[in-house]
Ligand binder design. Structure first.
Ligand code: HOZ
Length: 433
């Protein structure tokens, strides 16, 4: 394990060494272990606004934002106070509560495709459940997903998956029976012809198409013009469902998610991250006639003890209330674009092939000339160089996602000064690569 030269990391090293004896790889989610970028992961002590402090007292500008939820900034007092008040009334009821209605109404009002919603506890759970629903509703088994898209770690989705699977370069996961993934068909992102070919080869068998409408788990990859429209038309033509996995993009690239931003309404949607305001929440929702299949309204079973718990519902409600304030998405768009464009410019000025971009509060940057339209393109990036860049930025007090195959996230708490400092750091680090 590489030890950093400038940062004081003594306490992080002690804690992480102990963690490796207690938990696989020392973590509870693989990307956090910094395996693909090398170097000692920092161990976090606390977060506030756009910043993170590690156990050695180092401060960082944070562009992960707990992988998406912290869109209003970490530990926002409006959210924290409400969570504290809710906790006084109990942390879990395992029974209906009014807060579920409030958050459900907010989600239904905001997200064009959602007429009814079911809350769960994570994005993985939301995607796993939506897949069961796609199959239950259509009576068909096969699904189409895209290479490099990540829909959580349920067996059926661990085929050419992004996020940690891409980061660790794992082709597939042991433990996933071939029979489980046999019905998972894949196509390159942004390739409508490939999707059409799958429909033609599998007549009447495909339940639906699921995708991240803006990919965040193979790095940041936006949809080409016409791609989402084309998927909407193809799924309608072949009697299949269109499902947007908006776990990352929901309430982030627009209040109504990617479907509102691009004006394409899928049949079903999965959500997570922002709607939990930093507590564990996922959701799936969509057309009323489809959602009525979910138990106990209908026969498709899905359940959860902590689903709809009052703390998570409160954090979600308060976060969405903050996002409803005027100017939110203009501010997020402006600051993120300055950052993303600045990173590409700094890289090019210091002689590196680079490309990247942003939509609202989500951004990405690749060490490859690009353009990046799909996972194959993303894999042409220089991973070694990214590893050195990542470490350099950490030493300059900037915390980026420890993988080329993850998007970056900004928040309402990031200031122009934070972005200036980040670009200054990037300039210094790129010059040394
Ligand atoms: N799969 C997550 C990001 N795409 C990583 C979550 C985590 O490590 O917390």
């Amino acid at each position: 394990m590489t030890t950093t030269t400038h940062l004081k990391t003594t306490r992080s090293e002690e804690i992480f060494a102990a963690a490796q004896k207690l938990m696989p790889g020392g973590v509870n989610s693989p990307v956090r272990a910094f395996k693909s970028v090398g170097g000692q992961p920092i161990v976090v002590d606390r977060v506030k606004d756009a910043y993170m402090w590690d156990v050695d007292g180092n401060q960082y500008i944070d562009y992960i934002g707990t992988w998406g939820p912290a869109i209003c900034g970490h530990a926002h007092p409006y959210v924290i106070k409400a969570i504290q008040a809710a906790a006084e009334k109990g942390t879990s009821f395992g029974a209906p509560n009014y807060l579920e209605n409030v958050l459900a109404e907010m989600v239904i009002d905001a997200v064009p495709s959602v007429e009814m919603v079911r809350f769960v506890n994570s994005g993985t759970e939301a995607c796993m459940s939506v897949l069961r629903l796609m199959r239950a509703f259509t009576g068909r088994e096969k699904i189409i997903k895209f290479e490099g898209c990540y829909h959580g770690h349920a067996d059926m989705f661990l085929v050419k998956a992004g996020s940690g699977v891409a980061t660790l370069g794992l082709p597939d996961s042991p433990g996933v029976p071939k029979s489980t993934t046999a019905a998972t068909l894949t196509a390159p992102f942004n390739d409508l012809e490939a999707v059409k070919a799958l429909f033609v080869e599998n007549p009447g068998d495909i339940a639906g198409v699921i995708l991240e409408p803006v990919v965040g788990n193979a790095g940041f990859i936006p949809p080409d013009a016409g791609f989402l429209e084309g998927l909407r038309e193809l799924t309608q033509e072949y009697g299949a469902l269109l499902v947007f996995d908006e776990v990352m993009t929901g309430f982030r690239i627009a209040y109504g998610g990617a479907q509102a931003k691009f004006g394409i309404t899928p049949d079903l949607t999965t959500l997570g991250k922002v709607i939990g305001g930093g507590l564990p929440v996922g959701a799936y929702g969509g057309r009323r006639d489809i959602m009525q299949m979910v138990a106990p309204a209908g026969p498709m079973y899905q359940a959860g003890t902590l689903s709809g718990n009052p703390l998570a519902m409160t954090a979600g409600i308060k976060t969405l209330e903050l996002l409803q304030r005027p100017g939110t998405y203009d501010q997020l768009e402006r600051i993120t674009k300055t950052l993303a464009d600045g990173l590409v410019q700094v890289a090019q000025e210091t002689g590196h092939a680079a490309c990247g971009g942003s939509i609202s509060a989500m951004f990405g940057f690749f060490f490859t000339a690009g353009p990046v339209h799909n996972y194959e393109d993303a894999k042409t990036c220089d991973l070694q160089k990214f590893g050195r860049f990542h470490r350099g930025m950490l030493e300059h007090g900037v915390y980026l996602a420890p993988s080329q195959f993850e998007a970056g996230f900004t928040s309402l708490a990031h200031t122009d000064e934070d972005v200036d400092r980040t670009l200054q750091a990037a300039c210094e680090v790129m010059a040394t690569l």
